[in-house]
Write a protein that binds this ligand. Structure first.
Ligand code: PMV
Length: 313
């Protein structure tokens, strides 16, 4: 028997260390951001109508039968129904909403997928474990991102800080002392697949050079893991600055990202860097709790269109 209505959600995320190099097998660190979330509600629908998909945030209303295979929302639903062993589409209405900004490195696509997978699992009384949620979402990430590392679907499905290496079982990151992060949004939309594709093309022409750079980023992520585990905020902050410098060198930054990073550092942040795909989207700053308000104000004054504070434990 199905329930009449079920809701599930998944958090946003930010990458602390190792974006891009993670695509090439180097480790990365990511944490959930629960201040922003994707939500999915499943309601019993009209008999014989099949699946109605509603996404009011983007003015979307469609029956699953009208959608193609390259449609990420439809694809996550189809894959989840297969995992549930439901050959005939049930009569349900699936409503998706999200407060996670789109195309700015906060894992919006992966979180929407995770919320849908969880809600359908619970509605049909077959809750999925986090690894299964992550695996299904990963398949859909390929539609959004082309060649995803899998970090986004993993961190939002497990909803915990992770030390991530592509293709390997997840490792939970122990946080020695709470870390206060301020996320500043440039307001510049930057689709991940474009930046990843550009870097892939450049690497193709000179793999030895790029792989050496990615190895340096991997070493930073390992050092950052040790710093975070022992609760050494100052060391973690310094490593963020080094990671940002490498991302700039790789041509992944943007003048507005650099301006926000400088503004955060001038306001006394322990470290700051771009986060996610780059060329726009978000940057993050690590701040001592007593300094967080100053960093927030500095980012807003420097033109951040949205500032979010999150504490990682
Ligand atoms: O979704 P974003 O913008 O946080 O970018 C994902 C991070 C990349 O390393 C650039 C790509 C990937 O698949 O890991």
């Amino acid at each position: 028997m199905n329930r009449t209505s079920i809701e599930a959600s998944a958090p946003g995320k930010i990458i602390l260390f190792g974006e891009h190099s993670v695509v090439y097998g180097q480790p990365a660190i990511a944490v959930p951001v629960s201040q922003v979330r994707a939500q999915c509600r499943v309601d019993g629908g009209t008999a014989g109508a099949g699946i109605l998909l509603r996404a009011p945030d983007i003015d979307r209303r469609a029956y699953l039968s009208e959608t193609g295979d390259d449609d990420p929302l439809a694809s996550v639903i189809r894959r989840t129904l297969t995992a549930l062993g439901l050959a005939t589409p049930p009569d349900v209405t699936i409503t998706v909403t999200s407060t996670i900004p789109i195309a700015c490195g906060m894992g919006s696509g992966a979180a929407i997928s995770a919320a849908i997978i969880r809600a359908l699992g619970e509605f049909f009384q077959h809750p999925f474990d986090p690894q299964t949620v992550s695996d299904i979402a990963f398949e859909v990430e390929k539609i959004y991102h082309g060649t995803p590392s899998g970090i986004d679907n993993t961190v939002v499905a497990f909803a915990q800080p992770i030390f991530f290496v592509k293709g390997q079982p997840i490792e939970r990151l122990t946080v020695g002392a709470p870390l206060t992060f301020i996320i500043g949004d440039t307001g510049i939309k930057s689709p991940t697949y474009k930046v990843v594709g550009d870097l892939r093309a450049r690497r193709g022409k000179n793999p030895a050079h790029y792989d050496a750079v990615f190895m340096r980023m991997g070493a930073l992520a390992r050092a950052a893991r040790a710093a975070i585990e022992r609760g050494d905020e100052a060391a973690a902050g310094k490593l963020m600055g080094e990671n940002h410098a490498i991302l700039r060198e790789l041509g992944i930054s943007h003048p507005k990202l650099d301006a926000l990073v400088s503004a955060a550092m001038d306001a006394g942040a322990l470290g700051a860097k771009l986060s996610g795909a780059g060329w726009g989207g978000n940057m993050i700053a690590l701040a001592a709790p007593e300094n967080a308000a100053d960093v927030r104000a500095a980012l807003a004054a420097a033109g951040a269109v949205r500032v979010i504070e999150t504490v990682v434990r």
